[in-house]
Design a protein around this ligand. Sequence first.
Ligand SMILES: Nc1ncnc2c1ncn2[C@@H]1O[C@H](COP(=O)(O)OP(=O)(O)OP(=O)(O)O)[C@@H](O)[C@H]1O
Ligand code: SF4
Ligand SMILES: [Mg+2]
Length: 428
Amino acid sequence: MSTPGTTGATAVSSTGTISRGRTQSLPGFDAAAPLLQVTDLNVRFPTDDGLVHAVRGVDYTLRSGEVLGIVGESGSGKSVTSLAVMGLLPGSARVTGSVKYRGQELLGQGDRSMSRIRGKGVSMIFQDPMTSLDPVYKVGAQIEETLRIHDKSLSSKAAETRAVELLELVGIPNAGDRVNSYPHEFSGGMRQRVVIAIAMANQPEVIIADEPTTALDVTVQAQILEVLQTALQETGAAMVMITHDLGVVAGIADRVLVMYAGRPVEIGSVEDIYYEPRMPYTLGLLGSLPRLDAPTRERLTPILGSPPSLVNMPPGCPFAPRCPLHIAECDAAEPPLFQVGAGHEAACIRTEQVERAHGHAAEVFSETATDAVLAGDAIPTDLALGEAGGETTAGDAPPPDQTEPAADVPDTGSVISSHRGTTDGDRA
Ligand SMILES: Nc1ncnc2c1ncn2[C@@H]1O[C@H](COP(=O)(O)OP(=O)(O)OP(=O)(O)O)[C@@H](O)[C@H]1O
Ligand code: SF4
Ligand SMILES: [Mg+2]
């Protein structure tokens, strides 16, 4: 995302309020450290059925000015990952790993410390606007309260002026009057605009948007995505954009992390993920999207079946029961992320076969493919054949480009999508 006119370090609003520096209130602050660094994040919930391992080793780094899309089906752990970052999980959750904001460890911080980070360092937009808005207060008052949490010296006049200004920025008509309305007097799309205004109020460095458009109809979704772009331009923030819809992140993300059964299964630039995915699950997600770039009309190819239970997961690849490329070897151990290109990693032992599809899911998935595999039939497409044309057997070694897990590979840096004309340094 290109965001001209903002530096990310100091911003001046039209009320003259200067957002001085960024939140540096926890031990370990390092201005040169990545904005957000999540390492080996695990979240477990004790339940009557056993321990639900909802997030299983999530790693990602968010750099200045970047938009990272996190995509996955319902239940894949997207929200739990983000709530862990914000310190908003219920007390029963067992969280391990590390979440660092500019070098400051957030895991294990109390509510008081986290309140200094939330809103100003990292702010969050939830799917349902009413989660964030209090129905009994006017929207203006709610924006003003958010402003005053981090700037106690702000006069009520300046706070009101800034609230109106923020409502104008997010496209609320007659903002000067609407500042005195209650949330129920707004439509769903307008409420989500107010929530975005609150999220950007304190010029955060990171905005986490958890399915911000899912509850809205398609036309309003497009408008809200535009408002989010405005929020990024205005604040200079980086963003984690969570969605179950790969189509939503196409126009806004620089990199995409695909989650399945609580862990990342592919990460790469938008181009990698859309045109050269290497994990069958990503390919399957693409197959359920209409593509305008297809040379001929392609039928949609849904991924059949459901994700696995996160209680006592069996060994092996969690996607195996739904994967048209499944072979016996896939059941031996859960594949780690393998490096398959610069800044591109995929958790699959058969990425060479996926590569041959070049993003066209119908080459691998068909309406009957998963049924055939589930029934124990032969692998359903030619792509499941080995180089010599023979069927790959359980004893085959992983392809040569996958012999080293990505954990041992040095970080290759940010890959920013060139189609939107951005560079990594735009807002660094
Ligand atoms: N408090 C909790 N106690 C037990 N299990 C939970 C709790 N919160 C979440 N889970 C489980 O963790 C898993 C991941 O949930 P999460 O809400 O992160 O999914 P998601 O990817 O955000 O899905 P969606 O797209 O539906 O929002 C799910 O299986 C969910 O049931
Ligand atoms: S490891 Fe096997 S089952 Fe898992 S996604 Fe790759 S081919 Fe499919
Ligand atoms: Mg969710």
